[in-house]
Unconditional design. Sequence first.
Lengths: 360, 350
Amino acid sequence: MAELTLSGITKSFGATTVIHAVDLQVADGEFVVFVGPSGCGKSTLLRIIAGLEEVTTGSIAIDGVDVTGRPASERGLAMVFQSYALYPHMSVYKNMAFALENMGLKAPEIDARVRRAATMLRLSDYLDRKPKALSGGQRQRVAIGRAIVRDPKIFLFDEPLSNLDAELRVATRKELAGLHAELGGTMIYVTHDQVEAMTLADRIVVLQGGRIEQIGTPLELYNRPDNLFVAGFIGSPRMNLLPARAAGQGAVALGEAGQEVDLGRETALTAGTSVTLGIRPEHIALAGEGEAGLAMTVDLVERLGGESYLYGSAPGLPQITVRLDGQTSHGRGDRVALRFAPAHLHLFDAAGKALRPDRA
Amino acid sequence: MNRVARLLLVRRKSGRWHWTDIAAYSYLALGVVLMFGPVLWLVLSSFKTQAGLLEFPPSLLPMSQREVMVQGFPQPLPLFSATLDDGSTRVLAQVRRIGIVAQMVDPENPAQQFRIPIDKRTPVREFKLATENYTEPLERFAFTRFLGNSVFVTVVATLITLLINSMAAYALSIYEFKGKNAAMLMVVGTLMIPITIILVPVYLVITKLGLVNSLWAVILPGAATPTGVFLLRQYMLTLPRDLIEAARMDKASEWQIYWRIVMPLAMPALAVLAIFSIMWRWNEFLWPLAVLTKTEVHTLQIGLNAFQGELQTQWHYLLAMTVATLAPVALVFVFLQRFITTGIANTGMK
């Protein structure tokens, strides 16, 4: 258990810089998720923390001790690889015991630790098997087991669920959350799946192009995205991002029709400035009879029983997604009017930065 | 038996002979004859007597003339089937041959003598294995000593080869360092230098080290083979990097990564190299001939050379001992051929 401090981490491969001056503090016992599209540098950052990749500039400290120049083996971290990286020639038991043997522990201690981890991960019946005789989910648990037997300072997970099928992924995700609650260790988890990030994280670090876009709790990112990238990345289905123009005090005009939307607050924008209006699908409601609203033609309806999604278009705007509670009678080709809840409107300037009263 | 028959008669479509079946079988039969024929002939010939070997026309099977002990003659006499003047045929033993006439006796009745022209008699032959070809050299010729030397050289040299070649391959495949490719190129480059070119300089080195007439003189110079380094390196490159990194995270030292992770996983390539090394070392001739001059350190291959004199070659012993020399490598092949095929397929080497 430990806290981690990254200061000014930069990583270049030749002339290409893949990590740009990243600063990050991870508190003791925190579950931090690095999320971002592929190629955003999240795995490289994790490997830098692990010590498998050297930094170009910057420093890494664990519990206040600078470990920048130390090899992976001396950092006291454990990592679960995307490929699991189980030693194929060793039994499950040996796989888990390998690190403990390297640490110079006595055989009874090793045995106790391996059996405890195996019980925790329901692997007790498979200890004599080779990895190739295990299912994907079991291999995954062995990989996690190999990390937890060591009682490491920090757990590192590199997309550990991406090789599992959808059902197993959900189940393992819950197990991981349970494991974190039980062990309470500091965990850093890399994924490209924002659902995993939302469900597991204490704090999410959104990365893009080797830069941190935003750090915050899942709901902070969801409710108050700092920029267009985070707004679009977090949340499923994604936030509707509609190009708009500022129109007078506290309102913007949308689409060709110039439908005005009340922001419910004053803005300092001059009329005509290009902005982007963001609104999540669940914050759009259908306007009642006689109520004014943005006119949309329904292109597709998805009925999930408990909720329904309308996908539609309005002239001059990208596709709009609307989430409705329960079941709907609307069908393809229907014309509906949309009402946006002012409290949940997000406004972004031309550079993609969020325009919020607290950020002015 | 049924399964063997089915295997031997397997066809493209069951029950019918397609022309490709016939072509395939003839091609394979030709291959068997070409590959296995000489070996079979060698084995059969090794059981022929010295006279049988020099016989013309040669026979495939080891046949020899029957001999009988006849009362009144100290030596066994060769048996012939002779045609007498009256046209009858009798089996007679030849006492001696004078010019074109042979003096013969009836083995049943030694008092009765015959004079038969030599073109009127044919030898009585029987199938007989001249096992003395094997037993005599084993008594007179220090076969067991040579065998011991060969086994020692082969086993020790193969172990050293596997150990140091895998270490070099580990460094050249797992580590990233400047000049890695240059080092690899140099290793591969030495493949192009044949032993005959470096024979003299290496001999001088061995002389200076005082290793002449020691088995280590055969073992050490060839221990690091570029082929082995190349083969193992190519295989190790295919091992997932994650495994090495996982081992690093697991606090394994470099030696432990090498010994406990990379070596077991490189087993197929190591098996291939072991087989190659065993064959190379076992069959090596030129270099041992140069550095091993005393009989007590001769390996089998050099020992065999002793049967081949300047004036006379003892073919019957030479052939028998060649078979005895071949047998261990053949056994290695029989038992490890599964590794050879899978290993060669895995290493991409032919």
